[in-house]
Write a protein that binds this ligand. Structure first.
Ligand code: NDP
Length: 280
Protein backbone atom coordinates (compact mmCIF):
# COMPACT_ATOMS: atom_id res chain seq x y z
CA UNK A 1 0.00 0.00 0.00
CA UNK A 2 1.41 3.40 -1.01
CA UNK A 3 2.03 5.76 1.94
CA UNK A 4 1.84 9.45 1.02
CA UNK A 5 3.74 11.74 3.39
CA UNK A 6 4.74 15.41 3.50
CA UNK A 7 7.97 14.54 1.67
CA UNK A 8 6.35 12.48 -1.09
CA UNK A 9 7.20 13.69 -4.61
CA UNK A 10 4.16 14.00 -6.86
CA UNK A 11 4.08 13.05 -10.55
CA UNK A 12 1.11 12.33 -12.77
CA UNK A 13 -0.32 12.19 -16.27
CA UNK A 14 -2.30 14.87 -18.16
CA UNK A 15 -4.86 13.58 -20.65
CA UNK A 16 -8.48 13.66 -21.75
CA UNK A 17 -9.85 11.03 -21.45
CA UNK A 18 -7.57 9.52 -18.80
CA UNK A 19 -9.57 6.73 -17.13
CA UNK A 20 -8.01 4.04 -19.40
CA UNK A 21 -4.37 4.85 -18.52
CA UNK A 22 -2.14 2.03 -17.26
CA UNK A 23 0.59 4.45 -16.10
CA UNK A 24 -0.50 5.15 -12.46
CA UNK A 25 -0.70 1.42 -11.68
CA UNK A 26 2.67 0.78 -13.34
CA UNK A 27 4.65 3.64 -11.76
CA UNK A 28 3.07 3.34 -8.27
CA UNK A 29 3.77 -0.37 -8.18
CA UNK A 30 7.44 0.27 -9.04
CA UNK A 31 7.69 3.06 -6.42
CA UNK A 32 6.40 0.64 -3.77
CA UNK A 33 8.70 -2.19 -4.84
CA UNK A 34 11.77 0.07 -4.96
CA UNK A 35 10.76 1.93 -1.80
CA UNK A 36 10.76 5.32 -3.56
CA UNK A 37 8.92 8.25 -1.92
CA UNK A 38 6.87 9.11 -5.04
CA UNK A 39 3.19 8.96 -6.02
CA UNK A 40 1.77 8.99 -9.59
CA UNK A 41 -1.76 10.31 -10.18
CA UNK A 42 -4.11 10.52 -13.21
CA UNK A 43 -5.10 14.13 -14.04
CA UNK A 44 -8.06 14.76 -16.36
CA UNK A 45 -7.40 18.16 -17.93
CA UNK A 46 -10.07 20.34 -19.55
CA UNK A 47 -8.57 21.30 -22.95
CA UNK A 48 -9.47 24.98 -22.37
CA UNK A 49 -7.35 24.86 -19.16
CA UNK A 50 -4.16 23.30 -20.50
CA UNK A 51 -2.06 26.43 -19.89
CA UNK A 52 -3.21 26.65 -16.24
CA UNK A 53 -2.59 22.91 -15.81
CA UNK A 54 1.00 23.18 -17.11
CA UNK A 55 1.76 26.29 -15.04
CA UNK A 56 0.40 24.56 -11.93
CA UNK A 57 3.38 22.14 -12.13
CA UNK A 58 5.68 25.14 -11.76
CA UNK A 59 3.55 26.74 -9.03
CA UNK A 60 3.83 23.62 -6.89
CA UNK A 61 6.54 21.14 -5.99
CA UNK A 62 5.24 18.60 -8.53
CA UNK A 63 8.22 16.71 -9.99
CA UNK A 64 6.61 16.40 -13.42
CA UNK A 65 3.96 14.75 -15.58
CA UNK A 66 3.52 12.47 -18.52
CA UNK A 67 1.37 13.93 -21.29
CA UNK A 68 -1.01 11.94 -23.45
CA UNK A 69 -3.76 12.55 -26.04
CA UNK A 70 -4.69 15.32 -26.90
CA UNK A 71 -2.06 17.51 -25.25
CA UNK A 72 1.35 16.36 -26.59
CA UNK A 73 1.65 19.44 -28.83
CA UNK A 74 -0.59 21.82 -26.85
CA UNK A 75 1.71 21.89 -23.78
CA UNK A 76 4.77 23.12 -25.73
CA UNK A 77 4.13 26.91 -25.66
CA UNK A 78 4.00 26.87 -21.85
CA UNK A 79 7.34 25.12 -21.26
CA UNK A 80 10.65 26.85 -20.51
CA UNK A 81 12.83 24.50 -22.52
CA UNK A 82 12.62 21.52 -24.87
CA UNK A 83 14.96 18.55 -25.19
CA UNK A 84 16.31 18.62 -28.81
CA UNK A 85 14.42 15.42 -29.69
CA UNK A 86 11.09 16.83 -28.43
CA UNK A 87 11.79 20.01 -30.39
CA UNK A 88 12.47 18.05 -33.60
CA UNK A 89 9.38 15.86 -33.22
CA UNK A 90 7.21 18.80 -32.09
CA UNK A 91 5.60 16.71 -29.34
CA UNK A 92 6.18 16.29 -25.61
CA UNK A 93 5.12 13.27 -23.55
CA UNK A 94 7.09 14.02 -20.38
CA UNK A 95 7.48 17.34 -18.52
CA UNK A 96 10.06 17.68 -15.73
CA UNK A 97 9.99 20.46 -13.14
CA UNK A 98 13.68 21.27 -12.77
CA UNK A 99 13.83 23.78 -9.88
CA UNK A 100 10.90 25.78 -11.28
CA UNK A 101 11.86 25.42 -14.96
CA UNK A 102 9.65 23.16 -17.04
CA UNK A 103 11.56 20.99 -19.52
CA UNK A 104 9.72 18.96 -22.21
CA UNK A 105 10.95 15.55 -23.34
CA UNK A 106 9.73 12.97 -25.85
CA UNK A 107 10.35 9.41 -24.66
CA UNK A 108 8.13 7.81 -27.36
CA UNK A 109 10.93 8.05 -29.96
CA UNK A 110 13.60 6.19 -27.98
CA UNK A 111 10.96 4.08 -26.23
CA UNK A 112 9.90 2.56 -29.56
CA UNK A 113 13.52 1.80 -30.53
CA UNK A 114 14.25 0.33 -27.09
CA UNK A 115 11.31 -2.06 -27.57
CA UNK A 116 12.62 -3.17 -30.98
CA UNK A 117 16.16 -3.79 -29.65
CA UNK A 118 15.00 -5.57 -26.52
CA UNK A 119 12.39 -7.81 -28.17
CA UNK A 120 13.96 -8.55 -31.52
CA UNK A 121 17.68 -7.81 -30.88
CA UNK A 122 17.40 -6.05 -34.23
CA UNK A 123 19.68 -3.33 -35.58
CA UNK A 124 17.56 -0.95 -37.67
CA UNK A 125 20.59 0.29 -39.61
CA UNK A 126 19.98 0.04 -43.37
CA UNK A 127 16.56 -1.62 -43.13
CA UNK A 128 13.63 -0.69 -45.37
CA UNK A 129 10.61 0.30 -43.32
CA UNK A 130 6.92 1.01 -43.89
CA UNK A 131 4.95 2.99 -41.30
CA UNK A 132 1.15 2.94 -41.52
CA UNK A 133 -0.28 6.17 -40.06
CA UNK A 134 0.85 9.78 -39.87
CA UNK A 135 -0.44 10.89 -36.45
CA UNK A 136 1.56 11.71 -33.34
CA UNK A 137 2.75 8.15 -32.65
CA UNK A 138 3.73 7.56 -36.31
CA UNK A 139 5.77 10.77 -36.24
CA UNK A 140 7.72 9.69 -33.13
CA UNK A 141 8.34 6.24 -34.66
CA UNK A 142 9.56 7.72 -37.98
CA UNK A 143 12.04 9.90 -36.05
CA UNK A 144 13.24 6.88 -34.10
CA UNK A 145 13.71 4.80 -37.24
CA UNK A 146 15.55 7.58 -39.08
CA UNK A 147 17.79 8.35 -36.10
CA UNK A 148 18.78 4.66 -36.10
CA UNK A 149 19.91 4.92 -39.73
CA UNK A 150 17.28 2.94 -41.63
CA UNK A 151 17.87 2.64 -45.39
CA UNK A 152 14.44 3.76 -46.66
CA UNK A 153 11.05 4.80 -45.32
CA UNK A 154 7.53 4.67 -46.73
CA UNK A 155 4.64 6.35 -44.91
CA UNK A 156 1.06 5.30 -45.78
CA UNK A 157 -1.94 7.08 -44.36
CA UNK A 158 -5.70 7.38 -44.92
CA UNK A 159 -5.19 11.10 -45.50
CA UNK A 160 -2.39 11.34 -48.09
CA UNK A 161 -1.89 15.05 -47.32
CA UNK A 162 -1.00 14.21 -43.71
CA UNK A 163 1.49 11.54 -44.85
CA UNK A 164 3.07 14.07 -47.25
CA UNK A 165 3.30 16.69 -44.53
CA UNK A 166 5.00 14.19 -42.20
CA UNK A 167 7.36 13.15 -45.02
CA UNK A 168 8.32 16.82 -45.65
CA UNK A 169 8.97 17.40 -41.95
CA UNK A 170 11.54 14.57 -42.07
CA UNK A 171 13.40 15.86 -45.14
CA UNK A 172 16.48 16.84 -43.08
CA UNK A 173 17.33 13.13 -42.88
CA UNK A 174 19.00 12.29 -46.18
CA UNK A 175 17.03 9.08 -46.70
CA UNK A 176 14.45 8.44 -49.44
CA UNK A 177 10.89 8.84 -48.08
CA UNK A 178 7.85 7.75 -50.13
CA UNK A 179 4.28 8.60 -49.17
CA UNK A 180 1.14 6.62 -50.03
CA UNK A 181 -2.60 6.65 -49.59
CA UNK A 182 -3.39 3.61 -47.41
CA UNK A 183 -5.56 2.23 -50.24
CA UNK A 184 -3.04 2.81 -53.03
CA UNK A 185 -2.53 -0.54 -54.83
CA UNK A 186 1.19 0.17 -55.39
CA UNK A 187 1.68 0.12 -51.60
CA UNK A 188 1.60 -3.70 -51.79
CA UNK A 189 4.98 -3.70 -53.58
CA UNK A 190 6.54 -1.57 -50.82
CA UNK A 191 5.02 -3.79 -48.14
CA UNK A 192 6.25 -7.01 -49.69
CA UNK A 193 9.83 -5.77 -50.08
CA UNK A 194 10.08 -4.08 -46.64
CA UNK A 195 12.07 -5.54 -43.73
CA UNK A 196 9.92 -4.00 -41.00
CA UNK A 197 6.29 -2.85 -41.14
CA UNK A 198 4.65 -0.89 -38.31
CA UNK A 199 0.97 -0.13 -37.80
CA UNK A 200 0.78 3.26 -36.05
CA UNK A 201 -2.84 3.97 -37.01
CA UNK A 202 -5.59 3.53 -34.43
CA UNK A 203 -7.23 0.87 -36.65
CA UNK A 204 -7.23 -2.38 -34.68
CA UNK A 205 -8.41 -0.96 -31.36
CA UNK A 206 -11.75 -2.55 -32.34
CA UNK A 207 -11.56 -6.31 -32.73
CA UNK A 208 -11.29 -7.57 -36.35
CA UNK A 209 -10.45 -4.11 -37.78
CA UNK A 210 -7.33 -4.11 -39.97
CA UNK A 211 -5.65 -1.03 -41.51
CA UNK A 212 -4.94 -2.91 -44.77
CA UNK A 213 -7.44 -4.72 -47.01
CA UNK A 214 -4.93 -7.42 -47.88
CA UNK A 215 -2.15 -9.07 -45.87
CA UNK A 216 -1.16 -11.37 -48.76
CA UNK A 217 2.24 -9.63 -49.00
CA UNK A 218 3.57 -10.89 -45.63
CA UNK A 219 6.74 -13.04 -45.73
CA UNK A 220 8.21 -15.08 -42.83
CA UNK A 221 11.45 -13.03 -42.93
CA UNK A 222 9.60 -9.82 -42.07
CA UNK A 223 9.23 -8.01 -38.74
CA UNK A 224 5.66 -6.77 -38.21
CA UNK A 225 4.72 -4.47 -35.33
CA UNK A 226 1.42 -2.98 -34.19
CA UNK A 227 1.77 -0.30 -31.50
CA UNK A 228 -1.75 -1.03 -30.24
CA UNK A 229 -1.54 -3.06 -27.01
CA UNK A 230 -5.25 -3.50 -26.25
CA UNK A 231 -6.27 -5.94 -27.76
CA UNK A 232 -2.87 -7.56 -27.25
CA UNK A 233 -3.02 -9.22 -30.68
CA UNK A 234 -4.79 -7.16 -33.34
CA UNK A 235 -6.13 -8.64 -36.56
CA UNK A 236 -3.11 -7.07 -38.34
CA UNK A 237 -0.68 -8.99 -36.08
CA UNK A 238 -2.67 -12.19 -36.07
CA UNK A 239 -2.74 -12.33 -39.91
CA UNK A 240 1.00 -11.54 -40.07
CA UNK A 241 1.71 -14.29 -37.51
CA UNK A 242 -0.30 -16.77 -39.60
CA UNK A 243 2.09 -16.04 -42.48
CA UNK A 244 5.12 -16.75 -40.27
CA UNK A 245 6.32 -13.17 -39.69
CA UNK A 246 7.92 -12.12 -36.41
CA UNK A 247 5.35 -9.98 -34.58
CA UNK A 248 5.37 -7.44 -31.74
CA UNK A 249 2.51 -5.49 -30.14
CA UNK A 250 2.51 -2.05 -28.44
CA UNK A 251 3.63 -3.23 -24.99
CA UNK A 252 7.39 -2.95 -25.74
CA UNK A 253 6.97 0.69 -26.89
CA UNK A 254 4.85 1.43 -23.83
CA UNK A 255 7.49 -0.17 -21.59
CA UNK A 256 10.37 1.61 -23.34
CA UNK A 257 8.87 5.09 -23.05
CA UNK A 258 7.90 4.43 -19.40
CA UNK A 259 11.47 3.27 -18.59
CA UNK A 260 12.85 6.61 -19.79
CA UNK A 261 10.10 8.67 -18.10
CA UNK A 262 10.70 6.75 -14.84
CA UNK A 263 14.35 7.72 -14.87
CA UNK A 264 13.55 11.40 -15.67
CA UNK A 265 11.10 11.51 -12.72
CA UNK A 266 13.11 9.61 -10.11
CA UNK A 267 16.73 9.89 -11.26
CA UNK A 268 16.91 6.07 -11.09
CA UNK A 269 17.32 3.69 -14.01
CA UNK A 270 15.09 0.67 -14.16
CA UNK A 271 15.83 -2.30 -16.43
CA UNK A 272 13.41 -2.65 -19.37
CA UNK A 273 12.72 -6.28 -18.51
CA UNK A 274 11.59 -5.46 -14.95
CA UNK A 275 9.33 -2.66 -16.12
CA UNK A 276 7.85 -4.78 -18.92
CA UNK A 277 7.14 -7.62 -16.49
CA UNK A 278 5.18 -5.14 -14.38
CA UNK A 279 2.91 -4.46 -17.40
CA UNK A 280 1.95 -8.13 -17.37
P1 NDP B 1 -3.54 10.18 -33.84
O1 NDP B 1 -4.97 10.52 -33.60
O2 NDP B 1 -2.51 11.26 -33.80
O3 NDP B 1 -3.42 9.43 -35.27
C1 NDP B 1 -4.33 8.43 -35.65
C2 NDP B 1 -3.84 7.76 -36.93
O4 NDP B 1 -4.75 6.69 -37.24
C3 NDP B 1 -3.82 8.67 -38.15
O5 NDP B 1 -2.80 8.27 -39.01
C4 NDP B 1 -5.20 8.41 -38.75
O6 NDP B 1 -5.30 8.69 -40.14
C5 NDP B 1 -5.32 6.92 -38.55
N1 NDP B 1 -6.71 6.47 -38.58
C6 NDP B 1 -7.66 6.70 -37.64
N2 NDP B 1 -8.83 6.11 -37.99
C7 NDP B 1 -8.61 5.51 -39.19
C8 NDP B 1 -9.41 4.73 -40.08
N3 NDP B 1 -10.68 4.46 -39.80
N4 NDP B 1 -8.83 4.25 -41.21
C9 NDP B 1 -7.55 4.49 -41.48
N5 NDP B 1 -6.72 5.23 -40.69
C10 NDP B 1 -7.24 5.72 -39.56
O7 NDP B 1 -3.21 9.03 -32.77
P2 NDP B 1 -1.77 8.58 -32.21
O8 NDP B 1 -0.80 8.67 -33.32
O9 NDP B 1 -1.48 9.27 -30.94
O10 NDP B 1 -2.05 7.04 -31.82
C11 NDP B 1 -2.24 6.04 -32.82
C12 NDP B 1 -2.33 4.67 -32.17
O11 NDP B 1 -1.11 4.37 -31.50
C13 NDP B 1 -3.41 4.56 -31.11
O12 NDP B 1 -4.04 3.33 -31.31
C14 NDP B 1 -2.67 4.54 -29.79
O13 NDP B 1 -3.32 3.73 -28.84
C15 NDP B 1 -1.36 3.90 -30.19
N6 NDP B 1 -0.22 4.36 -29.35
C16 NDP B 1 0.54 3.41 -28.72
C17 NDP B 1 1.62 3.80 -27.94
C18 NDP B 1 2.43 2.76 -27.24
O14 NDP B 1 3.23 3.13 -26.36
N7 NDP B 1 2.30 1.49 -27.57
C19 NDP B 1 2.00 5.22 -27.78
C20 NDP B 1 1.14 6.14 -28.51
C21 NDP B 1 0.07 5.70 -29.26
P3 NDP B 1 -5.76 10.16 -40.66
O15 NDP B 1 -4.54 11.03 -40.54
O16 NDP B 1 -6.19 9.94 -42.05
O17 NDP B 1 -6.87 10.62 -39.75
Amino acid sequence: MHRIKGTTQVVGIFGNPIHHTASPKLHNSLYSKLNLDFVYIPLLVDPSQIETAVLSIKATTMRGVNVTVPFKEAVIPFLDDLHPLAEQVGAVNTIINSSGRLIGYNTDVEGFCMGVFEEWSLSLNGLSCVVLGAGGAAKAICYGLLKEGIGSLSIANRSLARAESLGSSLSSFSIPIQTYDLEDSSLIEELSSADIIINATSVGLKENDCPLQSMSWVRPEQYVCDIIYEPCETQFLSLAKDKGAKIMNGIPMLAGQACLAFSYFTGKNIPYTILKKELG
